[in-house]
Design a protein around this ligand. Structure first.
Ligand code: ADP
Ligand code: AMP
Length: 219
C-alpha cells in the first residue's frame, strides 16, 4: 500500500523512531527535516551554516528555508513519511499547495501524544547514530552494545540541542508555533491521535492498526 503520512508531535515523542520502523515496513521514504538540517550542518553547506544558529538556540529555522528544502528533497511522492515538518501554519499551507501540484494528497496525519515530563526524560537520555540517524535511549531503548548503533556499529552521540535548557525552549516553541497544526489537520478530517507514551512496540502496533483500518476504508 502506498501511504503519505505526516508524523506530528512534540520533540521526543518518538516520531523518528517510529518513522524509521514504519517506512521500512512499507518500503517508503522517510523525510525528517531535522536530520536533513543536521546533515547540512555537518557538511558545512550554506544551508547548514544558516540553520545552525536557530537549531542551537532551539528555535525554528525560517519557513522559506524549510519549504524550499522540502520541495527539493521530496523526490518520490508516491509514498513517504514526513517527520518534523510541517511545524508552522505557513509550512502546512505551503505543503498542501505542493501536494496539490503533485496530485498526491496525504493519507493521514498521526499525532503523537506523550506527557510533558516523559518528553524531557526521553530527550535528555537520547543518543543517536550520526550515520543512519537511528535513536536510542540510555534506559528506555538501549543499544545491544553500549555506545554503538545496532544497525551499523557506529559510535553513538548526543545531540547538542538535547540539553535540559534547549529542550525546554524547543517544547515551548512547539506549544506556540506547532500546536495550531493540530486544529488545522483536525478540521481537514485526517488527524489520528496515537498513544505514543507506550512502549515502542506498542506504539508501532497502534500505528499499523490505524493504517490497516484506513486501508480497509479505502482512504
Ligand atoms: P522525535 O523524533 O519525536 O524527536 P525520537 O524518535 O528521537 O523522537 O525519540 C526520542 C527519545 O525517546 C529517543 O531516545 C528514543 O530512543 C526514545 N523513545 C522513542 N520512542 C519511545 C517509547 N515509545 N518509549 C520510550 N522511549 C522512546
Ligand atoms: P528535530 O530533529 O525535528 O528535533 O529538529 C531539530 C531542529 O531543527 C529544530 O529545533 C529546528 O531548529 C530545526 N527544524 C527541524 N525541522 C524544522 C521545521 N520543519 N521548521 C523549522 N525548523 C525545523
Amino acid at each position: 500500500m502506498s501511504v503519505r503520512l505526516v508524523f506530528l508531535g512534540p520533540p521526543g515523542a518518538g516520531k523518528g523512531t517510529q518513522a524509521q520502523l514504519i517506512a521500512s515496513q512499507y518500503g517508503i521514504d522517510q523525510l525528517a527535516t531535522g536530520d536533513i538540517l543536521r546533515r547540512n550542518v555537518r557538511q558545512g553547506t550554506p544551508l547548514g551554516m544558516d540553520a545552525k544558529r536557530y537549531m542551537d538556540a532551539g528555535e525554528l529555522v525560517p519557513d522559506d528555508v524549510i519549504i524550499g528544502m522540502v520541495e527539493r528533497e521530496l523526490q518520490d511522492a508516491s509514498g513517504f513519511i514526513v517527520d518534523g515538518f510541517p511545524r508552522t501554519l505557513a509550512q502546512a499551507e505551503a505543503f498542501d499547495a505542493l501536494l496539490e501540484r503533485m496530485a498526491t494528497p496525504l493519507t493521514a496525519v498521526l499525532l503523537f501524544e506523550v506527557p510533558r515530563q516523559q518528553l524531557v526524560d526521553r530527550l535528555t537520555g537520547r543518543w543517536i547514530c550520526p550515520a543512519d540517524q537511528s535513536s536510542y535511549h540510555l534506559v528506555f531503548s538501549p543499544p545491544r552494545v553500549t555506545g554503538e548503533c545496532d544497525l551499523c556499529g557506529t559510535p553513538l552521540v548526543q545531540r547538542s540541542d538535547d540539553t535540559l535548557e534547549t529542550v525546554t525552549k524547543r517544547l515551548s516553541v512547539y506549544d506556540e508555533q506547532t500546536t495550531p497544526l493540530i486544529e488545522y489537520y483536525r478540521r481537514k478530517g485526517n488527524l489520528i491521535a496515537i498513544h505514543a507514551e507506550r512502549a515502542v512496540s506498542d506504539v508501532t502496533a497502534e500505528i499499523l492498526s490505524a493504517l490497516s483500518q484506513l486501508a480497509g476504508t479505502g482512504a
